[in-house]
Design a protein around this ligand. Sequence first.
Ligand code: ANZ
Ligand code: ZN
Length: 828
Amino acid sequence: MYSQKSLPAYNPQAIEPKWQAQWEADGLYLAGRAGDRPKYYCLDFFPYPSGDGLHVGHCRNYVPTDVVSRFKRMQGYDVLHPMGWDAFGEPTEQYAQRHNIHPRQSTDQNTANFRRQFRIIGASYDWSREIDSSQPEFYRWTQWFFVRMYQRGLAYRDTNLQWWCPTCQTTLSSHEAVGGVCWRGHTGITRREIPAWYLKITAYADELLNSLEEISWPEHIKSMQRNWIGRSEGVNIHFGVPDKQGIASRQITVFTTRTDTLYGATFLVLAPEHEWVEQLTQEAHIAEVQSYRDQAARMGEVARMVESREKTGVFTGGYAIHPLSGERLPIWVADYVLPGYGTGAVMGVPAHDMRDFEFAKRYHLPVRVVIVAPGIGTADEQPQQADTGDGYLVNSGEFNGLSNQEAALRITERLVNSGLGEPAVQYHMRDWLISRQRYWGTPIPIVYCSQCGEVPVPEEQLPVLLPEIDDFRPDGSGRSPLARLESFVNTTCPRCNGPAQRETDTMGGFACSSWYFLRFTSPYYHEGPYEEQAMRYWMPVDLYVGGAEHAVLHLLYARFWTQVLADLDLLPFREPFPRLLNQGQMLAPDGQRMSKSRGNVITPDRIVEAYGADALRVYVMFMAPFEQDADWTAEGINGARRFLNRTWALYRDTYFQGIESQGRDAELERWLHRTIRQVTERIESFRLNTLISALMEFSNALGERHRAGAWRTQTFHQALETLLCLLAPAAPHLAEELWQLTGHEGSVHTQVWPAWDRELAREAQMRVAVQVDGKLRAVLELALDASEENIRQTALEHPRVAQHLAERKIIRAVYIPGKVLNLVTGDA
Ligand code: ANZ
Ligand code: ZN
């Protein structure tokens, strides 16, 4: 049908846009035209449409999910592979601010660019389901959920010390303020006392922790969530504080995980913010304590948590009574005790706690050893450091001699039985602060009425529209720019119709990304956040892929939101993402992160233009195992392109020469079936670099047979056809073009995924290299129990070996079992 000349050279720049347009016109990627096919929901993390657009590093996320989606479609699944924009939030707003345009405008520009870039890499998104979290039809439902949570007591307003980022000019959640740096990378964050809205994520701490066991996520992500939640089992112990008459008139309660060290407590420490500091402080100490408190208030919590910082504090002049020994313990105030954890008070056990030890040394407080290592027997009077290890009790009254684990149980029991303490569980996680004093976000749907107080905006009045204002910049007042807009602020109370004021804070962007995956199931639905039937059909997400930098923020919030919705009877499941994968990072050729400021960004635009989208796709999978970091290299992308060139040439040189299709090639047939199996299994298990190597090996094997003149077989012909289907997910354009050129009907992407024969696809267990006169000519894949005779026979039949033996005779054959067969020849 074709002559060699009629097949043009491989030209991805001509092929790719043509097919992209065709596939979209044909609606190849539209989800939900199911019939009775099984569903598969394959989702990428909701990207924020940055002004810089995509760089090739992002393709390590988007290409693999695209490959899986295409593969699943060919396997007969109804695939939902959607894309949308996490458009609200600080990143967009700051970008707009820097470029002096409105965030609405920058969002529209940036999403257009993203859409274009996704198209040129051949991403198979169902664009009819695109969503944008900054559009009223989306954020209306973010507000709706908020109101539902409010009604459940899961959203509340509180005035607290908040994290404040002076650069972002907004409060931050504690999740966004780790290590003294805001999540956007700004240092210098401080605390500010501002009323703000919270979601009660702490109420879900246990479930968020326990159900981690049920989901298939990378272990490091789970362990980051565990640490973040930070569940800690301990005991609240009450220490009496006597008044002037010596009557224990009040109690200080401390939280400890080490009741075994109770007899080693030689002082108590209160956080400077502790509510009783003032009452407990004796006359002579008031000035000093007050100035210490002021100083602590100026310091960030994160700074206070730095272990290496010198421990400081002040004595209140007051004393408490040890619950078991009756000793008088001085009460101190120190900023290493944090107000928001436990009870904000600790018992100081310098002999066994490092921080307490440092503190005691500095202020010459007594150190009493109560645990000694086995076989030591007596306590060191002057330990040089805190001993946090296990051992046996000393200096502990009736508990002496017990192992410390045993003592912990017995002392706890004693405290509980005598009403001096009770078991307590603490979490390091705090409630989710959702308020932002910024413009570009979902307005919090609450109204303040002087008669009715806090009133949620009724469902039928949603959305509370974000007003279009030109001046969206914060003014340093600590209030949202919306507060300047009287027409927005002044409203009527939904309850009494009296004059009222709107809340002017907006929600942080993580609110949108906590439920967007539900919206994709029915993005045009107007009666609710999603249509019940569509949600039941598509959810939960079958495969969720994105970067590990979201280990706690997005991925914890989305799980929380889902669990809340389940409790509100809005969802029939409690975990949104049963299977999660994190791609490795792609670094620039210089081994650095790609960034505009370093000038090392490589864009897909440039690569597609120079090498084609298929080469880009092949390379980002081939460069390294999916989870591993890897550097972009010029050789790598060249190698990918050469592979595609070779594959193209293979078809040009064989298929288009007219295939007579006679006879079988048993070895090739086994190879073919093995390849089908490998490709299938490797996509399923996300071993995408070896997916590409299986395709390369097979394509090379065909090329080798062609060069050896051993290609006019029916098997070869069949292999060429099947290979196009196997290539279709990874190199969709090349596969489609060749599929059409070889005269097939319909798109290669609508073909049924090839099946393999189990017997034929059995993995070879041994690889034997065949050398002819010292040169490697073939690698045979053989059953482990293949006999030497059998191996020699297979080698002689191998086309390339046969080629090099032509007109020569074998003088000697040396076989090193399981490794090499050396054939030495002489003139025939
Ligand atoms: C006495 C003690 C003796 C402690 C000992 C430890 C070792 P996690 O595991 O993180 O829950 N603590 C309690 N509340 C605190 C607060 N608000 N700020 C700073 N530290 C606080 O840690 C629990 C331990 O942290 C508690 O057990 C308490 O010190 C301290 F040999 O009590 B421990
Ligand atoms: Zn009212």
